[in-house]
Design a protein around this ligand. Structure first.
Ligand code: KG4
Ligand code: ZN
Length: 336
């Protein structure tokens, strides 16, 4: 039994999380969010994030073990996000994981954050089997990833500039909405009409995508309104921006479906919590005969359950455990 118990740790940005996976059962997934702390700065302050991870990481691990009803000595393997993310934040989780793995004499697995976001789908949809295309939409990454088997990830298209979540957060900030802007725009868009046309640049013939043009179009619109003394309808701006941003990603995903001849799609990352993205991908996917999977909201934004899920597949695939000199990586290639 012991070798089937994985403790996962996630500290790549502003969520300190620890989870326990026992076989196929998620026994706990504790998330301590720093959103309130960073809100007053309008975004994540890396140094403050690291300090808060330091105070939270051990209590969060203890809580995850307690909720799962296990002792430290029951742990069979430790999995930790080692990149991509904020280096100072990642280092806290990586250091805690290395210390525990050494003290307990158990193997340590180094998990890629984006692969973990994708693997969250295996927890919520055990019937999901590769090959499929993962639509990754987070605060730091956006793209289409071909998942040929549970341990094979190939990036087939990505953003050439901002990630979609970054665009949501920057546009929200320009409108004056609090951090994190994604959920705020999602909420406000529900009462608005997508009546404003924001011209956005979309690279043709590839699965690449760009968000900086769209962000600039919204900022220019806001400045134009200000100069003309016009009142901005925030709900309509949110609905219009959200529709354009999401439609670009969904169109890219459908283009990839056609090219790859794969008709299973899985959504991943924090922006996968966006209600319009979930609805639009399901609708457009169905029109092309695709089956579309997405994790529940609690597994979309950063969490350690997805780290356990990824490690479970790495272990099943015979991955070599990480050495105890494992370092954090701010940038990591998907599939490499
Ligand atoms: O995956 P994640 O938790 O962290 C990264 O790995 O980056 O994603 C965070 C991003 C933020 O940009 C946040 O604004 C966005 O996910 N987000 C949303 C929603 N919930 C979170 N964006 C749009 N609509 C949402 N409902
Ligand atoms: Zn993430």
């Amino acid at each position: 039994m012991k070798d089937k118990i994985i403790l996962g740790i996630e500290t790549s940005c502003d969520e300190t999380s620890a989870a326990v996976l026992i076989g196929d059962k998620l026994a706990s997934n504790i998330i301590s969010s720093q959103i309130e702390i960073h809100r007053r700065f309008g975004g994540v302050v890396p140094e403050i994030a690291s300090r808060n991870h330091l105070t939270a990481v051990l209590p969060v691990i203890d809580e995850a073990l307690e909720k799962a009803g296990i002792e430290k000595t029951d742990i069979g393997a430790i999995a930790v996000t080692y990149g991509a993310g904020l280096v100072g934040a990642l280092l806290v989780g990586v250091s805690a994981a290395k210390a525990l793995a050494y003290a307990l004499g158990v193997p340590l697995y180094a998990v890629n954050h984006i692969e973990a976001h994708i693997a969250a789908n295996f927890l919520s949809s055990p019937e999901l089997e590769p090959p499929f295309l993962a639509v990754v939409a987070s605060g730091g990454h956006t793209g289409i990833v071909k998942v040929a088997d549970r341990n094979s990830f190939e990036l087939i298209g990505t953003t050439t500039d901002d990630a979609i979540g970054e665009a949501f957060d920057k546009v929200a900030r320009a409108i004056g909405l609090p951090y994190p802007g994604g959920p705020e725009i999602d909420k406000r868009a529900k009462s608005g009409k997508p009546s404003i046309e924001f011209i956005a640049h979309k690279k043709k013939k590839t699965c690449d995508i760009s968000y900086s043009g769209l962000k600039t179009a919204v900022v220019n619109y806001l400045h134009g309104c200000e100069q003309r003394g016009e009142t901005v309808n925030v709900d309509d701006v949110c609905a219009s921006f959200q529709k354009t941003a999401v439609d670009m990603l969904v169109d890219t995903a459908i283009g990839a479906v056609k090219n790859a001849g794969i008709t299973t799609l899985a959504l991943a990352g924090g922006v996968a919590a966006n209600s319009y993205l979930r609805e639009k991908l399901a609708q457009s996917g169905a029109a092309y005969g695709c089956t579309v999977y997405y994790p529940p909201m609690s597994l979309c934004t950063d969490n350690a359950a997805m780290v356990c899920a990824r490690a479970r597949d790495m272990i099943a695939g015979g991955a070599v455990p990480a050495r105890l000199d494992l370092n954090a990586a701010s940038y990591l290639k998907i599939g490499g």
